[in-house]
Design a protein around this ligand. Structure first.
Ligand SMILES: *Cc1c(COP(=O)(O)O)cnc(C)c1O
Length: 369
């Protein structure tokens, strides 16, 4: 890898493959693997990641919205794609591009049946989502009979899978809640499958669900964060490698006298002589202003350098008084050896939030190492 000369997000496909194989090693022989590539594959690059996962042999993809699925199809992805939260006005495009909807309400189901019929579809694959406690999206268990009566006459669609989502799969203090969700999902699925005389695939687990509740892997698991190298379970983290490294460089070094201030609003005022470095990365690149004023820090030659003053739109300043470095030197914001959680913990955030916030302005560079 040549030396960084600008801010880049390096994406390591070797690490992706290792994370994938580790997750696969947890699966029963007949359990399928769905790779979640929503939100630019958690802020990395959805097309690069989906192509690699397709080569590795994933069975399914999931995205959040139809436009994300269309981008994958435009890039030549052939694997089935589940759209977790399709909007009703996009159902026609969804069908045109062979995407598969998650249908989570009577309104969505009715509308999809109608659009699929208008487009002369028969047995179009759809997935029904049940709410078992997250209270975000999904049919309620009491709606099973309504679903059954809607489906008895609908020939335009075919139920490919039934699924639900755990609310606190990473939190073993909520183990009994998760177990109750699994039990409720099992009973809803049995009830619906019997009434419809169907055998759709069942799935419930995200990454932490698979790690904490392997007995609930059913016919498929839906993994996102684990593929990208994070486990929400501390003891499991050593089995994963973060695929993304956010790198930048030192643009300029300043020798600051006691009494001078740094950055906008003069929010940092020096009480001694210090040395600062300005980096070409700011809140427009995804580094929230919350990381400013000493909360977050980055790595310069393996040493911690705090972010001082307010984070600007396109730049931020760090303190490097005791670090031997020069203009043009590389800076690591986070990466495989410099956990993203050092940053996110400092402002009560989580890896998912910072990863997906890295803006499209930051160049993505693919490596294998
Ligand atoms: C995002 C998402 C996942 C993936 O969760 P991870 O914790 O990243 O593994 C799985 N299922 C649904 C419904 C999701 O929205």
């Amino acid at each position: 890898m040549p030396k960084t000369t600008e801010t880049i997000l390096e994406i390591n496909l070797t690490a992706l493959g290792n994370n994938y194989r580790y997750l696969k090693s947890k699966l029963n022989d007949d359990t399928k693997f769905l790779g979640v590539v929503k939100a630019f594959a958690y802020g990395s690059d959805a097309i690069v990641i989906a192509k690699e996962l397709e080569l590795l042999g994933v069975d399914y993809f999931a995205v959040a919205y139809v436009s994300e699925g269309v981008n994958l199809r435009n890039a030549g992805i052939k694997t089935p794609i589940l759209v977790l939260h399709p909007q009703l006005e996009n159902f026609e495009i969804l069908i045109d591009r062979c995407l598969e909807p998650s249908l989570y309400s009577g309104r969505a189901l009715n509308h999809f049946i109608k659009i699929a019929a208008e487009k002369n579809q028969s047995n179009y694959p759809v997935h029904l989502k049940f709410n078992t406690g997250l209270n975000r999206l999904g049919f309620h268990e009491g709606e099973v009979d309504e679903i059954v009566s809607l489906l008895k006459t609908a020939t335009s669609i075919k139920i490919t899978s039934l699924f639900s989502h755990l609310a606190a799969s990473e939190d073993l203090d909520e183990k009994s809640f998760s177990e109750a969700q699994i039990k409720l999902f099992t009973s809803i699925s049995k009830n619906l499958s019997t009434k419809l005389d169907l055998h759709p695939k069942l799935h419930m687990c995200n990454t932490s669900g698979l790690l904490n509740f392997p007995q609930a892997q059913f016919d498929m698991v839906r993994c996102g964060i684990g593929l990208y190298g994070f486990s929400n379970i501390i003891e499991e983290q050593r089995n994963f490698t973060p695929i993304a490294t956010l790198k930048t460089v030192i643009s300029q070094i300043h020798h600051i006298h006691s009494g001078e201030s740094i950055g906008y609003n003069r929010s940092f005022k020096s009480t001694s002589a210090i040395v600062t470095a300005t980096l070409p990365i700011g809140h427009a690149d995804g580094i929230s202003r919350s990381y400013g004023n000493g909360k977050g820090w980055v790595w310069v030659h393996g040493k911690k350098a705090p972010i001082i003053g307010n984070v600007c739109m396109d730049m931020l300043m760090i303190e490097i008084t005791t670090i031997d470095c020069k203009e043009g030197d590389e800076v690591i914001v986070f990466g495989a050896e410099n956990s993203i959680e050092n940053l996110t913990d400092s402002i009560n955030s989580i890896s998912y939030e910072l990863l997906t916030a890295i803006s499209q302005r930051v160049k993505r560079v693919v490596t294998r190492k």
